[in-house]
Design a protein around this ligand. Structure first.
Ligand SMILES: [Zn+2]
Length: 57
């Protein structure tokens, strides 16, 4: 495939999935790497936390 008519699609290649863990209740959540600079809201307890500091290795 050498079709490059859509530069926006190319930019998406750098986005990866990141697993984070809620510091409050331990619930794991998958987010995309472009969401790392925003607060994540836990789907279990509703706490908003910083994904940068709660990454799961
Ligand atoms: Zn939680």
């Amino acid at each position: 495939m050498t079709d490059q008519h859509c530069p926006g699609f190319e930019a998406n290649k750098s986005i990866t999935e990141v697993t984070v863990k809620c510091p409050e209740c331990g619930q794991k959540k998958e987010i995309f790497s472009d969401e790392m600079d925003k607060k994540v809201t836990c789907s279990s307890c509703g706490k908003a936390f910083d994904p940068m500091q709660n990454k799961v290795e």
